[in-house]
Ligand binder design. Structure first.
Ligand code: ADP
Ligand code: MG
Length: 613
């Protein structure tokens, strides 16, 4: 026997997808506030959202006669009607449109809505408890704003004990809620947000609406921290009707996990695997495979070119032209990374400063203490003098590098260039046979000579790969690699392209290819594995990334072995040549493993160190 389910059951089933956990309820409520034109959204949460969620906004409110509809399933004020009177799902410019959130929450929790519109003399409220609808009536409006809505959700999932059992710890839920608010706050820097969890203010950002030079970066600094925001490069690009802007993190602030990757599509926070993949491709050259870049990117495109109706939680979208979007992101990010020139990582400087100021006395620093620490670190006990001697002995040239250039009374044998002429300044000396210290117009930089040189060699090898081509090596006996016929076809169709990269293949029957020549750089590599990877690449993305990637990987490891080691003494001329090379080379701000090749200390920071400021 087939029977219709009750409204309450239907809502509970829908709630399973729409409000999977407290953070999803918070997301739905804040999105409603934003859709209502709120300028300020205040969120209060207790017990990881399972006790209480309260979202107050100063939006346009809900009229008393609409309150019952607001909590009814599939009722919404947001879908536009086309001329023929049909609901238009192709043009969605609001966060919500499914009319599912409030009824879903009402079905599994105790929900109260108090709302007031500009036109009404008093506020009205409605309550829904585990799907049971209460009456609409006048209510006090505990809000400073003239209009707005306060939604309270208590005892989330009390009506679905099974779901309640699957909740993570309160702490985990609280963190997920903070993350949701952070994403929404990043999407809308024109709106003020606050979040109080168990009485503690965990997030507060003012609105930057109306500011003449408002841009998202100060919001990002507040939400992700100065350390991150100061180490990003602005991205701006457009293709056809799609606009991209935002910030790409320097490789040096990469993460072990893809947690700091934020994508917004028409102001909607979106989480999708392809985005992580696109960023990986954009950073492939400057980041080790297991590191994840930091990025905050906003895509703007006409609503009919993107489908947001993919999942009840609306965190995934489909693009009409996904290849265009991916290409835009990869291309734009890659080019800002390559063209930025050397940009120093300042996090290190900030960390160093913090570390130093921690040990500072209220009157400044205690040089004695430092002296002792250095001496102890080098195993020389309490007396700093032997440590200094040991330091001198360790120098390859047996002389103090800090005076190396000053013997002739000026820093270099050539006429000394002014520090202001070069972004990376003028070399003043070498420390520990490893670090180059240079004076810049507004401070100093310390360069890790090995990391920097490795990057230069790598970039040079890559450049020569693309200009003079690749030397090939003929195999004495062609290697036969068996594959499925479609893969063989795909590979053979691209044979010309492979040949340019040094790989000569042709078909060997319908289900194998014969490999006749390989790039000499790759002659020790597992050829079968390479061919299989190439076939996979072609079937997945239609490009030949695997081969280029491997060639680059080989370049990288050759560069690592072929560049100046730490510990080799350099003359000032050699040091300056290295600095000039770095300035002229793309991506020279980090080594092939994504570590910075140099750090900068501004003069003001040095002055702070000495308590001069
Ligand atoms: P949707 O957002 O998809 O329309 P919801 O169930 O979230 O569905 O909300 C239903 C309706 O209630 C919305 O279309 C809107 O008209 C109204 N509403 C909900 N929250 C608010 C709010 N904070 N301010 C004004 N109106 C609201
Ligand atoms: Mg909604």
């Amino acid at each position: 026997m087939i029977r219709r389910l009750s409204e309450a059951t239907v809502n509970r089933i829908a709630a399973g997808e729409v409000v999977e956990r407290p953070a999803s309820a918070v997301k739905e409520l804040v999105e409603n506030a934003l859709d209502a034109g709120a300028r300020a959204v205040d969120v209060m949460v207790e017990g990881g959202g399972l006790g209480l969620i309260r979202v107050a906004d100063d939006g346009h409110g809900i009229a008393p006669q609409d309150l019952a509809l607001a909590v009814e399933r599939h009722a919404t004020s947001k879908l536009k009607r086309s001329e023929t009177g049909e609901d238009d799902l192709t043009f969605i410019d609001t966060m919500g449109f499914r009319g599912e959130a409030l009824p879903s929450i009402g079905a599994v929790a105790r929900l109260t809505i108090v709302s007031r519109t500009i036109g009404d003399s008093s506020a009205h409220s409605i309550a829904v408890t585990g799907g049971q609808l209460g009456a609409v009536g006048p209510a006090p409006f505990p809000h400073l704003a003239r209009s707005g809505t306060i939604v309270e959700v208590r005892d989330l999932f009390f009506a679905t004990p099974a779901r309640l059992k699957f909740m993570k710890t309160e702490r985990a839920e609280a963190m997920a809620i903070t993350e949701i608010i952070r994403r929404l706050a990043m999407a809308r820097s024109d709106v003020a947000f606050s979040l109080i969890q168990d009485g503690r203010k965990v997030l507060q950002v003012p609105s930057n609406a109306g500011q003449l030079f408002a841009h998202g970066q100060d919001r990002i600094a507040r939400l992700l921290g100065e350390d991150i925001s100061a180490n990003t490069l602005p991205v701006e690009a457009a293709r056809e009707t799609v606009m991209l802007r935002g910030y790409a993190g320097l490789p040096a602030i990469s993460r072990g996990q893809a947690t700091h990757q934020y994508l917004f599509v028409n102001g909607r926070p979106v989480r999708d695997r392809w985005f992580t993949g696109a960023l990986r491709a954009a950073y492939a050259d400057v980041l080790a495979r297991d590191r994840h870049p930091v990025a905050v990117l906003f895509l703007t495109l006409p609503p009919h070119e993107v489908d947001v109706n993919v999942h009840p939680a609306k965190t995934e979208v489909r693009f009409r032209d996904p290849a265009l979007i991916r290409g835009l992101i990869v291309g734009a990010v890659r080019s800002v990374l390559a063209s930025s020139g050397p940009k120093p990582v300042t996090t290190m400087a900030a960390t160093a400063l913090r570390g130093l100021s921690d040990s500072a006395s209220p009157f400044g620093f205690e040089p004695l203490r430092f002296g002792r620490q250095i001496a102890q670190a080098s195993g020389a006990g309490d007396d700093p003098v032997p440590a200094a001697v040991a330091f001198l002995d360790a120098q390859p040239q047996g002389r103090n590098p800090s005076v190396a250039g000053m013997e002739s009374g000026r820093p270099a044998s050539l006429p000394a260039p002014a520090a202001a002429d070069f972004p990376l300044g003028v070399a003043r000396g070498q420390l520990h046979g490893t670090y180059i210290v240079a004076e810049t117009a507004d401070g100093m930089v310390i360069v890790d000579q090995h990391a920097a040189h490795e990057r230069l060699v790598y970039e040079r090898m890559k450049a020569s790969l693309s200009t003079t081509g690749i030397s090939r090596q003929t195999l004495l006996i062609p290697e036969i690699v068996e594959l499925d016929p479609p893969s063989v076809e795909r590979l053979v169709a691209r044979a010309d392209e492979f040949a340019k990269l040094g790989l000569l293949i042709d078909s060997f029957g319908s289900d194998a290819v014969a490999v006749r020549e390989v790039p000499s750089m790759l002659r020790h590599l597992d050829i079968k594995g390479l061919i299989h990877d190439l076939a996979d690449d072609l079937s997945e993305q239609g490009d030949t990334g695997a081969l280029t990637e491997r060639l680059h990987a080989v370049c990288a490891s050759m560069a690592c072995h072929g560049s100046v080691r730490a510990g080799r003494g350099l003359s000032l001329d050699e040091m300056n040549a290295l600095l000039r090379d770095m300035e002229a080379t793309p991506n020279s701000g980090q080594c092939n493993h994504g570590r910075p090749t140099f750090v900068a200390l501004k003069r003001a920071e040095i002055e702070r160190l000495f308590g001069r400021k």
